[in-house]
Design a protein around this ligand. Structure first.
Ligand code: DHE
Length: 544
């Protein structure tokens, strides 16, 4: 891709949790020993799989299939890995990240067929499934006096834990052992459970009624995963859970109370644009529809959005919407009818009408939109809007979402604000607030990545104020990236993660929304690499 920035690469190029796979010796490829092959495979999963895919069929990076790599040859590949390319390939050699020997090894390895990692089917899932406390043995009401609705699940990424924090006292109620690098936590519809998904595909169901809150069921649904969701439609509260995997490429429907797996559906298939077979279409964001008993599932590489109806799992009905490749994250508009989602490498926002079950719009935006869940508010001039920031540029793009009263603006870009810069991941507001918060954790300038921008929704043209969140945390050395604003239930506090290295100090900084002043800092030895924070009430009621 032309114009990829360091920000985008540090975001996409995270190690894959997948490992293993049998050695393939391929005719026409240079010699490689078994030991070398194993080492190269590890480097590939650490550095390359995030962009090029486990099977090298190409994802956000170009395909690296053996017909291509053997034609290019060892010398060409070595130079490419060493120097990188303007198209976005990092300069692994000249940056000092890979040695000359490693580069030679990788150039040879890539001319052999990729080892296919193992599948993970029903037998494996069932084998990993544990119910620690059966539903009938769980408490009938909270065993403590904390307000379950205002609890936060906070990912402690590199510790493989989730901290359950009481929103009122800011006390950590429990450090729950979970899968590795939990990507998201979703609150169940009743508000009783958090469901978390680790990068390693492990799901933990945490019961907030228990004292302290703890895991009541777990399962591993794949080797690498990012998304989990609970049924939201009336009458199905806490009944069904779904999770999506990156590897193997599939989603699975489970019992919402026990995580017993019921049905696995593969996402392998044709892409929407060229209609070529893709062996590894990863499952990205999943949301639960409020309009039908359905999950809305983003399939990244094929660009299809699946509406998975869970009212009859044995006769599963799935509606396929052709959107655009590289579907990633997204959230609801404020009415709860339209799912607004980024096809990020396609510089597009796709809009799904969950009521009529169809594609409403594909909206072009500037490079690499990244909304997280986005932010909903009333623009003083254009009415209800949903907004996204971006990884690839400084734009904050506002899209009209009210086809009834503001028809001319509906699903069009109505306004673009300029933020601190690219490298933004998340944006947030709250119905009770007039602030719009925009983070920039992957901006290359430390001053920018360690602060946040805040706009006044009633005076958007006035520009933003920056708050030095990392400085307020008062920590030692470290990248101290400020990531993901999240409100408390009342909407009068905003929580930010100050994300440093595993060996460094991190923190959560809580800002008073009205005064924009520091209110509280949560830190200490156990606050290791906090990233996502999920307020129970806001997460399940789509408040953002
Ligand atoms: Fe995320 C959401 C995938 C990097 C923190 N991230 C998501 C979702 C997907 C995704 C598919 C939407 C889930 C949903 O709604 O169902 N993220 C990926 C990647 O593939 C990627 C680019 C690289 C990787 O290998 O993981 C990636 N993400 C990151 C990070 O570097 C972050 C900052 C820290 C981390 O843990 O790796 C990060 N992603 C988050 C968070 C959310 C998220 C906090 C949920 C935001 C919310 O408000 O709901």
């Amino acid at each position: 891709h032309q114009g990829s920035t360091a920000a985008e690469i540090s975001y996409k190029g995270a190690p894959s949790a997948v490992s293993g796979g049998k050695m393939m010796r391929t005719p026409g490829a240079p010699d490689i020993s078994e030991e070398e092959f194993a080492k190269a495979q590890e480097i590939y999963f650490q550095r390359c799989a995030g962009c090029h895919g486990v099977l090298r069929k190409g994802a956000t990076g170009l395909p690296l299939t053996t017909d291509i790599t053997q034609r290019k040859g060892t010398d060409y590949l070595k130079a490419l890995i060493n120097f990188g390319s303007p198209g976005g390939m990092p300069n692994w050699g000249t940056s000092g990240e890979l040695s000359e020997q490693d580069i030679d090894l990788m150039a040879r390895f890539l001319q052999h067929e990729p080892p296919t990692p193992p599948e993970w089917g029903m037998k494996d899932m069932k084998g990993s499934w544990i119910v620690h406390v059966k539903p009938e043995d769980r408490p009938k009401k909270p065993q403590h006096n904390y307000d379950v609705d205002n609890m936060f699940a906070v990912t402690l990424r590199d510790a493989g834990e989730v901290a359950i924090i009481d929103g009122a006292s800011k006390k950590v109620l429990n450090y729950v052992k979970t899968g590795y690098a939990v990507h998201i936590s979703r609150a169940s519809s009743s508000g009783r459970y958090f469901t978390t998904i680790g990068r390693d595909g492990k799901i933990d169901l945490i019961d907030l009624y228990m004292n302290p809150p703890q895991v009541v069921a777990e399962i591993k649904i794949g080797l690498e995963a990012r998304s989990v969701e609970n049924s939201r439609y009336k009458g199905y509260e806490d009944k069904i859970a779904i999770a999506g995997a990156y590897w193997p490429p599939h989603y699975v429907l489970m019992d919402g109370q026990t995580l017993e797996p019921h049905k696995i559906v593969s996402t392998r298939g044709m892409t929407v644009d060229t209609q070529e077979y893709h062996p590894e279409p990863r499952v990205a964001a999943i949301v639960g529809s409020h309009k039908h008993p359905e999950f809305i599932v983003n399939v990244k590489e094929t660009g299809q959005i699946k509406l998975v109806n869970y009212s009859d799992i044995d006769n599963l009905q799935v509606t396929t919407i052709d959107a655009a490749p590289f579907l990633h994250d997204g959230g609801w508009d404020r009415s709860g009818r339209y799912f607004m989602t980024a096809a990020n490498e396609n510089d597009t926002i796709a809009v799904v009408d969950a009521l009529d079950r169809e594609l409403e719009a594909l909206i072009p935006v500037k490079r690499i939109p990244h909304p997280g869940r986005g932010a909903n508010f009333i623009d003083p001039k254009y009415g209800p809007v949903w907004a996204t920031s971006a990884l690839g540029n400084a734009d904050i793009t506002l899209i009209g979402t009210d086809p009834e009263k503001h028809k001319d603006n509906a699903f069009k870009v109505v306004r673009v604000l300029e933020g601190q810069g690219g490298g933004s991941l998340f944006i947030k507001t709250h119905p009770k607030s007039t602030n719009l918060w925009v983070d920039t954790p992957f901006n290359p300038d430390a001053k920018v990545s360690q602060s946040v921008a805040v706009f006044n929704i009633n005076d958007l043209e006035a520009g933003y104020q920056t708050l030095p969140i990392a400085e307020w945390a008062d920590l030692g050395e470290g990248p101290k990236r400020i990531v993901q604003p999240e409100y408390n239930m009342a909407g009068d506090e905003v929580w930010f993660s100050v994300w440093s290295g595993q060996e460094e100090q991190s923190a959560i900084v809580i800002v008073d929304d009205k005064t924009r002043k520091l209110k509280h800092v949560i830190k200490g030895e156990k606050m290791i690499t906090p990233t996502g924070k999920f307020n129970n009430y806001n997460t399940r009621n789509e408040v953002y």
